[in-house]
Design a protein around this ligand. Structure first.
Ligand SMILES: NC(=O)c1ccc[n+]([C@@H]2O[C@H](COP(=O)([O-])OP(=O)(O)OC[C@H]3O[C@@H](n4cnc5c(N)ncnc54)[C@H](OP(=O)(O)O)[C@@H]3O)[C@@H](O)[C@H]2O)c1
Length: 315
């Protein structure tokens, strides 16, 4: 098992492989989800030693948190790292709201849905237009002092917004879009996070399944396909180049007798700028597959080859 990682300046620690749960109860985001299967995904993750469960109010407008809350009743709460997020305001057609009173109410609501008395990591899910970011984080610092949350996170914040949010040094963790086919965070964000002891969690690390190699038959994506609509660049103009890069890595997977997903997850796990990797899963067997990344040690040459293969894809 890999060593545990510490989250920012907080006392939260986690195994470096977590579980993304937007397909656990996220009916508003994905069609054809089955709650019982979502619960099984969470159980499978916990049974395989995964500690961080990454959820959000937005995943099913509370449903994901409720399913997780139900499942974790059968486990030792202290071995689980619950990370959730809020900002989408039902009273404003789900537009982001970072006002202190809204965030504090969101913490209380999440605690109820998760059936717990503390949340390990609480993220502001998206920035709003008006609230001063350090005031929003200041409200979470009060929740931390009250023992309701243990670490403070922000998500989908630009570098300037992260800096403003961290004016008083309270931000422990940033969650942002990052994968080998989406590497912008490396330039501006990572150096600031490193300098300020803030952890980074990449979301969509498997590029919505693209990095599993399962689309190798060059399935054409277009309008109406969920992946294309969500990421028209990586599943549109860059799709063939992405696929070609993924296939260049297949020999590494074969050499290690494993799947491409594990090779890419192992690459993130070996990257010192990345704290916890939270691949999403629709099915329990995907969790069983992905957890194998914890036992996969890439050589320095393999690490570099993957790095180089996915450089300049956007040029
Ligand atoms: N902060 C934010 O704004 C934000 C935004 C997005 C996501 N997130 C979080 O980040 C997590 C990860 O992102 P994500 O789930 O959207 O994308 P992802 O991790 O890049 O891709 C996950 C998807 O890939 C497929 N997959 C996973 N393992 C597989 C395997 N071994 N073999 C084949 N297919 C596999 C599954 O989808 P199919 O089976 O349907 O193909 C799974 O749902 C989310 O679950 C969520 O917790 C946060």
């Amino acid at each position: 098992m890999a060593e545990q990682v510490k989250i920012g300046k907080s006392d939260v620690v986690s195994t470096p492989l977590g579980l993304g749960t937007n397909k656990v109860g996220g009916h508003n985001l994905f069609p054809d989800l089955v709650d019982a299967q979502g619960a099984e995904v969470v159980r499978t993750a916990l049974d395989h030693g995964i500690e961080m469960l990454d959820t959000a109010y937005m995943y099913g407008l509370g449903r994901s948190e409720e399913i997780i809350g139900q499942v974790i009743k059968d486990y030792d709460r202290h071995k689980i790292v619950l990370a959730t997020k809020a900002a989408h305001d039902p009273a404003q057609k789900l537009a982001p709201n970072n006002r202190p009173e809204f965030l504090k109410k969101s913490v209380d609501d999440a605690l109820k849905r998760l059936q717990t008395d503390y949340i390990d990591v609480f993220y502001i899910h998206f920035p709003d237009k008006d609230t001063l970011k350090y005031e929003a984080v200041g409200a979470l610092e009060e929740e931390k002092k009250a023992g309701k949350i243990r670490a403070i996170g922000v998500s989908n914040f630009s570098l300037d917004q992260v800096k403003e949010a961290n004016q008083d040094g309270y931000v422990d963790i940033v969650e942002g879009k990052y994968s080998l086919v989406q590497r912008e965070a490396e330039q501006g964000l990572w150096p600031y996070l490193q300098d300020n002891h803030i952890s980074f969690v990449p979301y969509e690390p498997l590029a919505l399944g693209l990095l599993t190699g399962k689309y190798k038959d060059a399935k054409g994506f277009g309008d109406g396909d969920w992946q294309f609509d969500h990421d028209p660049i990586n599943f549109g103009t860059r799709f063939q180049a992405n696929q070609a890069s993924v296939e260049k890595i297949r020999p590494i997977a074969e050499k290690h007798h494993t799947q491409l997903a594990d090779v890419f997850l192992a690459w993130y796990l070996a990257n010192p700028n990345i704290s916890v990797v939270i691949p999403g899963a629709r099915k329990p067997e995907q969790v069983v597959q992905n957890v194998q990344a914890l036992d996969l040690q890439l050589s320095q040459d393999e690490y570099q080859l993957i790095d180089q293969t996915f450089q300049n894809l956007d040029k």
